[in-house]
Design a protein around this ligand. Sequence first.
Ligand code: GLU
Length: 483
Amino acid sequence: MTDKKPVRVRIAPSPTGDPHVGTAYVGLINFAFARKNGGRFVLRIEDTDRERSTPESEAAILDSLRWVGLEWDEGPDKGGDYGPYRQSERSDLYREHIRTLLDNGSAYPCFCTPEELGSIRKRQREQKKNKGYDGTCRRIEPDEARRRMDAGEPHTIRLAMPLEGETGFTDRLRGEVSYANDQIDDQILMKSDGFPTYHLANVVDDHLMEITHVIRAEEWINSTPKHVVLYQAFGWEPPVFVHLPLLRNKDKSKISKRKNPVALNYYRQIGILPESMLNFLGMLGHSLGDDREVFDLEEFIQEFSFDRVSLGGPVFDVDKLLWLNGVRIRDMAVPELASRLRESLFSQEAVERLVPLIRERIDSLGEFPDKVTYFTLHKLPIPMELMVKGLKTRTPAEMATLLKKCVKEMDGVEFAAEPLEEFLKGYCEEKDIKIGELFMAVRIAVTGRKATPPLFETMEALGRAAVTQRLLAAVELLKQVRL
Ligand code: GLU
């Protein structure tokens, strides 16, 4: 179908947190496919979630993709013929396309209030019926709907899914996939504030940006029938769909920061070389056709083929990543390794970040490395006796529960010294635990020491991923303590 058009692929991350290893994984496959086929690799920022999207997250995504070496041909920072590449700057386009859908009856306004939607859901639960919108507003006469919209009544716009039949598509890795239409919700395409949802913006942009192959993670496969219906509603030819297998933990659960760090910058911080990261991601679910395990990006591109992708749930095994990194470190020429070390541990930026924290505590520069080892160690030893000794009112098991909950609640906290301090103090109050007791446990968990620079500044400098990983490691150890 689209085979003769020049290949154009994209990744479309949402800037709502730390850049994820999954983004680099999907990025690598898109990049390799583009390079192999003389195509273009586009970076599009999907910031339709206005509440959660931040410019800091966008900057971090660009930075970490560049760090691993996946440079895009078109994107928000470098432009291109299909811009803007940030969805928040394309609102007019989405509004225009919504009008087309309303005019041809493929979408309809929904005036239901959040309360009404809540009671629909409640009714469905009680009657054990399918979840999803029940179509109340779909039954409003078009003239009446138009009148209410013109009168300024708040509304969303929903996709009018066909009520019968099936919607199918061919997935390049999975073959024919099809879904019964009556199982698919009348998805909201535009929110009441006039902003599009992912589904509308994604389809409009993929079409307007002439994306030929949508290569993305498996978690989007259930959205694809909605997208196919949208392509049909616009009268557009859909791209080729390729849904990559989800990365998994060793226990085969979907990777999550509760098991291993998933933030790319965490791996950068602990000194994984970018080429090791790419090499590792390239091994996940793709083989080079022989038993080569250590390879570089060029080799990967050369051998890349969808026929070599296996769907068996590739395991994101951090030990394997460390092994690969070790092989590369040992293979590297000394001057190269020396400069990599300087870049990683002693770059101006890294040192400037840490100096304010430790200058009070050193009398000679030589003491610096020892004072900051905990910023970069992947497996930081946690002195359990010290931690247990600090427990005055709680058992180790109780502290484990407290820390685990603390990690969870910290997800919603901005990762900077002040908000962290406020959060942790509030948490102590809520749980009725002495500040000193909880803070000491946190301090020992995240630094491995009792005496450190101020805790919250230290946590900020360590970053969310490292703090989370260490607190969870401490939770596991505390659970094993037998008094
Ligand atoms: N914004 C989606 C994400 O964050 C993009 C999914 C897609 O590639 O269609 O992953």
